[in-house]
Each structure stands twice: as C-alpha cells, then as structure tokens.
Design a protein around this ligand. Structure first.
Ligand code: GDP
Length: 462
C-alpha cells in the first residue's frame, strides 16, 4: 500500500474557511472514518456537507470533496475537508485524519502535493515552479509571468528546442564516421547552422532574465543629493502615485529610509539618504559613506539637484562618485525648476555619458506631473513598457537561467568545435549536454536532489 499524505493547506490565522487536504489511496477510507454522515453512494467531485469527528467528539462542520484519480491536482485520489478557518479546529481535524487508522497515512512534506502532480505527469517542472511563483508573487507583473508559465508556454518552448536538438543529434549519429573529409566539412557547416538556430532561441530567452529579475524583485532606486534639494518631496510624489507598502526595513543602513511604490506593476524600492547629517564635522564623511552604500546596492540612482542655484562642492562630490557608474542607470532630477535655472545641464551630460536628465518642480500644482515624468523616465530606462508576459516567455527563475546558460555554452562549444574541423563525434557530446540542460528546466533529466531543492521552497500543504 502506498503512502497517503495530509496537511493543512490554508495559511495559519483566523479565516472564513480552512482546508485540510489528503492525497493517496486511503483518501476515501479517511473520509469514511472522519465524516459522521458518509454518503451511501459517494460521487467524486461533489461537495458534501458533514461533520468531522475524531471518533470521540464532533470537531467542526465541513464540506467534504472527494476526487478520484487521475482527475485531481496530484493525479491520485484526494480528499479536501473545507472547515472553518480556525487554527485549533484545523489542527484537530489534521490529528483526526492522521489518527483515524487508515493505512499509510502521514504528514505531507512542504510542496509534496505539487511534487506528486509533477511525478504523476500532471505538469512539467517549470509549471510546478510557477505554482510557487504564483503563491509568492509580490508584484502584478511577476504574477502575470507566473500565470503564463503555469499554462506551460515555457515548457512548450523548451520542448521545441529539445526536439530540434534531438533531430540534430540523430543526424549526427548517422554521420559520425563519415570517411570523406570534404563532405565532412560540408556536414560540419550544416550542423553548425542548425545548432545556431536553436542557440538563438536559447539566447532570446536568456535576454529576458534581467527583466525577469526586475519583475521578481523590483527596481531598487537610491535617491541621493545634498539636503534640501527636494529628495523627500520626490519620494513622496512618487509614493503618492502608487503607494503599495510602506516599510522601514531593518538591517539597512541606519537613517536611510526604504519605501516601496508600484510602477506599472513593478515595485520600486526607494532609498532616501535623508537624515544623515548630525554634527558638523562627522557629517560629510558619514553622509558620503551612506550615499555610497545606497548607490552600491541599487539598480539605479536618482540624483536630485537644485536647479535654481549653482552646484556646490557637495553636489560635485556626489557627481564625481556617480561618474563611475553606467550613465544608463542614472537619472538626474533638476528640481525647483520653478525658481530658476542656474545648472549647466550639458555639463552634467558630459560628465555622465548616457545619463537621463529631467527638470521637475515638486511643490504645488506641478508636483503630480513631475512625478509622472520621473516614473516614465524610470520605465523607459528599464524597458518596462516592452514587457508583455502574455506574448512571450520571461525567465524569472534562477534555476532556469542557470540551465539556459549551460545550454548556450555547450551549443557555442559545439559550433566552435565543428568550425575548427573537429570530428562530429566530439561536437555531438556538447549538443547532448545542451539537450540535457534544457531538459532539466522541464524536469526531464532531473535527479532527486534537484527535485528536493525545488519543492523545499514550497509551503506546507501545497
Ligand atoms: P530633502 O532635504 O532633499 O529631502 O528636501 P525636501 O524634499 O525636504 O525639500 C526641501 C524644501 O524644498 C522644502 O521646503 C520643500 O517644500 C522645498 N521644495 C522641494 N521641491 C521644490 C520645488 O520643486 N520647488 C520649490 N520652490 N521648492 C521645493
């Protein structure tokens, strides 16, 4: 008799309902034992109102749903007991299920229901991983990407690449011992070309990883500038546009403030380096140090300058530091444009090539419009407008990235070997490695170790 697993599948805490889930051959037997009014003729996928008992007392009233293999999430027989969302009641129900005497029953491991779904062929590994991504999605965009992945689009793209590689591999196998050297070179060129096609598909996916990371983690923005230029005003204006969460994240540099806002479904984490001035002497050192730290840990910098007065030493010092950065990741905000214009914009552009410079006025009527301008500039810098998860695959998972890089490296190796006139036999090995690496994304070639690693990220009951 195989094992039957159970867990509380809903989050702890008070809620309208809470669910205990069971998967395995004993599901029906368990329902019989813990339900006071087990129906004479049990219809799968029907909701039955009943009472849960541990044999001694009634624990709660609940809806019982029995699902028969293979028409269930895991592909096995399953039972769902939907009771009231009380921690105590749910734990008692779980206990009753575990102690009811049905054969092979035990507590589920985190992610085990989804692992079963994968092992029983209900979904490929990339789809199973998107279940975690959906549960853990913190942004609209990452949810959208995960939803598109659970439909299996990434898996389909990977399967197509693998099928092309398999095609190449079988042609290679036939031609491995070709005796004629001239023909061999023609063949090598032909194989290189075919491999190049697959490689370009792999690279297209790899190109989406930076946008994938942004969708997952958001954009971290350091707002820097000397006091009184309008950093807090800028932060408030941006937060006012789409405030989602406000957090003081512990462990970050003291006196810096981190807050999150949403920009087209992508979170932006703003680090304001305000409040760093304490005493006159220590000031500059501490100030610059904190600013440097904020810059180093961010995806981009917003340097706020007072447009109405000429640049001072402190501005110059910060600019000097930022000059080292990639200008594509720097937005200079010339604030207080309502008070005049004393800053040489061209000079800034010269110092930080590639920089985006915009003028703002963050008080009064212009504040909203200015905030929108800043948001748009950030969106443009990161190509946010171009992300369309419903139309193309976006790689958000680091394991997938690793496997794609592995495939890309091996396909490149194969091409180079063939171009160098090496034997097809040697190149074939590289193509094979690439084929295996892609397979790992969908779970075709994975060992127990990878599976455990993937599913350990799940919560209990999923
Ligand atoms: P921070 O020290 O850099 O955070 O600067 P604040 O945001 O606290 O702003 C300093 C002062 O400048 C406040 O009195 C703001 O009202 C004012 N201020 C901010 N932005 C503008 C602006 O665009 N125009 C004008 N005239 N005043 C501004």
């Amino acid at each position: 008799m195989s094992e039957t697993i159970t867990a509380i599948s809903t989050a702890p805490g008070e809620a309208g309902i809470g669910i205990v889930r069971v998967s395995g051959q004993s599901s029906k037997e368990i329902m019989k034992r813990v339900m006071t009014n087990f129906p004479e003729e049990l219809k799968p996928r029907h909701a039955y109102l009943g009472r849960v008992t541990d044999g001694k007392e009634i624990i709660d009233e609940a809806i019982f749903i029995y699902m028969e293999s293979p028409s269930s999430y895991t592909g096995e027989d399953m039972l769902e007991i939907q009771a009231h969302g009380s921690n105590v009641a749910l734990k008692k129900i779980l206990r009753a299920v575990l102690d009811c005497g049905a054969p092979g029953i035990r507590m589920a491991e985190p992610g085990e229901f989804t692992k079963l779904a994968f092992l029983n062929g209900k979904m490929d590994l990339s789809q199973a991983e998107s279940v975690i991504d959906i549960i853990k999605a913190k942004t609209d965009l990452s949810l959208e990407i995960a939803e598109s992945q659970i439909e299996g689009r990434l898996g389909n793209a990977i399967r197509e690449m693998r099928s092309n590689l398999l095609d190449i591999l079988s042609q290679m196998a036939v031609n491995i011992d070709y005796p004629d050297e001239d023909i061999e070179q023609v063949l090598n060129d032909d194989f290189s070309n075919q491999i190049r096609w697959v490689l370009s598909d792999v690279e297209e996916l790899l190109d989406t990883t930076s946008i994938g990371r942004i969708a997952r983690e958001g954009i971290k923005i350091a707002i820097v500038g000397k006091p009184n230029v309008g950093k807090s005003s800028l932060m408030n204006a941006l937060l006012g546009e789409g405030r989602v969460i406000v957090t003081d994240i512990p462990g970050t540099t003291r006196d810096t403030v981190e807050e999150s806002a949403s920009l087209g479904g992508v979170p932006i984490v703003l680090i304001d380096t305000a409040g760093i001035r304490e005493t006159e002497d220590k000031v500059e050192k501490i100030g610059i140090e904190r600013t440097e730290q904020a810059i180093a840990s961010s995806d981009m910098v917003m340097l706020v300058l007072d447009k109405s007065s000429s640049l001072e030493d402190e501005d110059q010092r910060i600019i000097k530091y930022i000059e080292k950065m990639d200008g594509e990741r720097v937005l200079v905000v010339l604030n207080k444009s309502d008070l005049g214009s004393s800053v040489d914009e061209e000079n800034i552009r010269r110092k930080i090539p590639g920089v985006t410079v915009i003028s703002t006025s963050l008080v009064g009527k212009k504040a909203l419009e200015s905030a929108r301008k800043v948001s748009e500039a950030v969106g443009k810098m990161f190509g946010l407008g171009e992300i369309k998860p419903s139309e193309s695959n976006i790689i958000t998972n680091e394991r997938h990235t690793k496997m794609l890089k592995n495939a890309s490296m091996n396909l490149n190796d194969a091409i180079n070997l063939l171009q160098d006139g090496e034997s097809i036999e040697i190149a074939e090995l590289s193509v094979h490695y690439a084929y295996d690496a892609l397979g790992k994304i969908i779970g075709e070639e994975v060992g127990e170790e990878i599976l455990n690693q993937v599913f350990s990220k799940f919560c209990l009951g999923k």
